[in-house]
Design a protein around this ligand. Structure first.
Ligand SMILES: CC(C)(COP(=O)(O)OP(=O)(O)OC[C@H]1O[C@@H](n2cnc3c(N)ncnc32)[C@H](O)[C@@H]1OP(=O)(O)O)[C@@H](O)C(=O)NCCC(=O)NCCS
Length: 299
């Protein structure tokens, strides 16, 4: 696809695998340390044909991915332009192309705060949730005495897969089975499930990323179960390793956790959910301590 800019045409092409290295370098520069090459590859697998690399004069200047999740919804991810090529319309050209690829589907994502005006110019509207990606050395996980013994924690392989998918779906409008399969099988991932009297009351995954370890997602029925599961997941990381979580501002457990570790928390980025049309709210966002990804979250 050719888009005319001042002199030389911008070409929006299908990404080739070698360009993943370019993307990782841009993520590091941007401070997106809650990423890894393995997460990127999983996103590429999901996006299929919806991966665009922008080249100007044959040089890579930016990327975006679009994942057609269902007949009605697509997720935009990783819109990024190299700093030296910004403000020349490349980001807008990629957004227009993604919009064409999505056809009539609603496009959703979490926008980093500085990018919100750009998306608004392209007709996207803000949703009601704010998020931030926090990196912390987790010194304090507030768990009340006796809470641990109320619950059982199992490896995901020891739990009925359909029950786990149904649990995830109770937070969303549609089943995300394909997404969960892809994300849970990312190299180095450990997924644990928390049960109370044999019933699933939460689950979460931890995996290595640039900044240390990423917990994504962590859903549980109440703050206590969130903390018990968090403690178990953090135990997978080497001690004193930074742990990253993308926490919704309405998360009850998130508020308590951030307060307990306030001297050891660093904000990597802040954002808000946006979409091209109204999307239904996630019914139990208060119980979400960490989302799965900044893209694959809404519906
Ligand atoms: C957002 C981004 C892709 C825009 O690319 P671009 O090629 O500069 O986009 P355009 O030239 O079409 O539009 C520029 C607009 O982007 C927005 N923008 C500018 N700097 C930005 C920044 N550091 N971060 C985010 N958005 C920015 C502004 O609204 C800007 O408008 P202006 O030129 O009138 O000031 C680019 O700034 C970027 O890579 N930012 C860092 C990564 C990021 O935040 N991506 C969005 C994730 S949701």
């Amino acid at each position: 696809m050719m888009c005319s800019t001042s002199k030389t045409p911008l070409v929006l092409d299908k990404r080739t695998f070698g360009e993943a290295d370019d993307m990782m370098k841009m993520f590091v520069k941007e401070g997106w340390k809650d990423q890894s090459r393995d997460i990127l590859q999983a996103t590429f697998r999901l996006a299929g044909k919806g991966q665009l690399v922008a080249k100007y004069d044959g040089v890579v200047v930016g990327f975006v991915t679009l994942y057609d999740f269902s007949e009605t919804n697509s997720f935009l991810n990783y819109l990024i332009v190299k700093p030296e090529h910004r403000h020349k319309g490349f980001g807008s050209a990629m957004l227009r192309k993604a919009h064409q690829l999505a056809e009539a589907r609603t496009i959703s994502f979490i926008a980093t705060l500085p990018a919100v005006p750009l998306y608004e110019r392209h007709g996207y509207v803000k949703g009601k949730f704010c998020f931030a990606s926090y990196s912390m050395i987790m010194k304090h996980i507030p768990v009340s005495p006796g809470a641990g013994s109320k619950y059982e924690i199992k490896a995901s392989r020891d739990v009925d897969w359909n029950q786990l998918v149904n649990y995830d779906t109770s937070y969303h409008v549609l089943s995300r089975e394909h997404v969960l399969k892809t994300f849970c099988s990312i190299k180095g991932s450990t997924t644990k499930v928390i049960l109370e009297r044999g019933k699933i009351v939460g689950y979460g995954t931890i995996r290595p990323v640039l900044a240390g370890y990423l917990i994504a997602p962590l859903y549980a029925d109440n703050t206590e179960a969130c903390m018990v599961l968090l403690r178990s997941l953090v135990g997978v990381a080497p001690s004193n390793s930074p742990v990253v979580l993308v926490i919704p501002n309405v998360s009850q457990a998130g508020k308590i956790l951030l307060d307990a570790n306030k001297n050891d928390v660093r904000v990597l980025w802040e954002g808000v959910n946006m979409s091209s049309k109204d999307t239904p709210d996630i019914p139990k966002m208060n119980n979400v301590l960490a989302i799965l990804s900044p893209a694959i979250c809404f519906l």
